[in-house]
Design a protein around this ligand. Structure first.
Ligand code: NAI
Length: 394
């Protein structure tokens, strides 16, 4: 099939298998060129198929020499429609891992469920015995709770409505947007989906099954950002979930002291990923950020961030912590010289000067790229196979 991008709202409903393979290959080449990093050697990544989770898995495996198990929620092809990008990424990851003799298996299904937790634990028992690093990188719009109720996360403010600028990246228009406050129930539900409860369920189930190595490390991802985005993010419903995640890290370290577990939250940079494209205001901020950081030589994508996280923060000796459980790779994003330029641009930005002040082209390049489009070295006129198997999933 000749595969073209089909954009609907914040997502692209098609993905290009060869482009996704190329993206994974490029990320592997990046970390290999940067040299080896210290890492857990038996690693579980929950949310391993795209964005930060995929980049973590690539860093652990190809720069850290780790055996990896990845959990994700992706769609295979049915022969007519393409698979999702994360499916193709995972197929490519396993292909390249096999070539280097690195153990890699993946489990596709709902990470919130008991069933998937059991499948993963059994796989660890059979193949790895125990794991020494668990990365929790889920970004999900909803969660089915153990009692069968499905709750959704919302991207709203808490307290009062908030009006600021946003960009319609499709029409390249800057316009005002008002974000309504979340109800108490919406905040609670967002915390259930994106907070630390499920992370803790994973760690508890793994401890119970004795598949966590002594001195194991676990890490989840968060975002803080500058004040400009605080009403929407840090102080919004998603921020409430991230605060819960942070408290969970503290709890986990305390509760599992017996096995010497250390739990961390890494605060990462704002980037275009499938999860972040849906957040109002943030895409305009991200496009301005790219415009500011690129000429300063400070721009990073997921793979650069994760490689730096492993090398300079998590596994450096001593660890570089912002407090007892916080790692910060948003340090470059939050540099004064960056944020000052971003605020100046934010004040002035309008539809008329959008391209001058924001990197909307860069935003679109990364957006298309996430789905395997716009890659050099890929012939998009070629008829390609869309039904690609993931070797470990039969
Ligand atoms: P993403 O959308 O690229 O990746 C999400 C991953 O979770 C995918 O592997 C997907 O298959 C998996 N997933 C989703 N629902 C699942 C389910 N029910 N069961 C199993 N797997 C499931 O997201 P991204 O942006 O990499 O986010 C990962 C974490 O990083 C999130 O906690 C996010 O808040 C955080 N973060 C993201 C930033 C950004 O700008 N993108 C900035 C800082 C932190």
């Amino acid at each position: 099939m000749i595969v073209e991008p089909k954009i609907r709202g914040f997502i692209c409903t098609t993905a290009h298998a060869e482009g996704c393979r190329e993206n994974v290959k490029n990320q592997i080449e990046y970390v290999k060129a940067k040299g080896k990093v210290a890492s857990g050697k038996k690693v579980l990544v929950i949310g391993a198929s795209t964005g930060y989770g995929l980049a973590s898995r690539i860093t652990a495996a190809f720069a850290g020499g780790a055996a990896t198990i990845g959990v994700m929620f992706e769609k295979p092809s049915n022969g007519k429609k393409t698979a999702s990008a994360g499916w193709y990424n995972t197929a490519a990851f396993e292909e390249f891992a096999a070539k280097e003799g690195l153990y890699a298996k993946s489990i596709n299904g709902d990470a919130f469920s008991k069933d998937i937790k059991e499948q993963v634990i059994n796989l660890i028992k059979e193949d790895l015995g125990k794991v020494d690093l668990v990365v929790y990188s889920l970004a999900a719009p909803r969660r089915t709770m153990p009692d069968g109720e499905t709750v959704s996360s919302v991207l709203k403010t808490t307290g009062e409505a908030y009006t600021n600028k946003t960009v319609d990246v499709a029409n390249r228009t800057v316009m005002p947007v008002t974000i309504e406050p979340a109800t108490e129930k919406e905040i609670e539900d967002t915390v259930k989906v994106m907070g630390g409860e499920d992370w803790k369920d994973w760690i508890s189930a793994m401890k119970e099954a004795d598949v966590l190595a002594d001195g194991a490390v676990t890490m989840a991802y968060s975002y803080i950002g500058p004040e400009l985005t605080h009403p929407m993010y840090y102080n919004g419903s998603i921020g409430a979930a991230k605060a819960h995640l942070y408290n969970t890290a503290k709890e986990l370290t305390k509760e599992f002291a017996e096995i010497g577990l250390s739990a961390y939250v890494s605060v990462n940079k704002a980037l275009v990923t499938q999860a972040s494209s849906a957040i109002p205001i943030v895409p305009l901020y991200t496009a301005i950020l790219y415009k500011v950081m690129k000429p300063l030589g400070l721009h990073e994508g997921c793979i650069e961030q994760m490689h730096r996280l492993f090398k300079d923060k998590l596994y450096s000796e001593p660890k570089v912590l912002a407090d007892d459980c916080l790692l910060r790779v948003d340090d470059w994003e939050l540099k004064d010289e960056v944020q000052q330029k971003v605020s100046e641009a934010w004040e002035k930005i309008s539809t008329e000067n959008l391209d001058e002040l924001a990197d909307v082209d860069g935003y679109w390049d990364e957006f298309y790229n996430m789905f395997g489009f716009g890659c050099e070295n890929v012939d998009y006129d070629k008829d390609i196979e869309i039904d690609i198997k993931i070797p470990s999933i039969v």
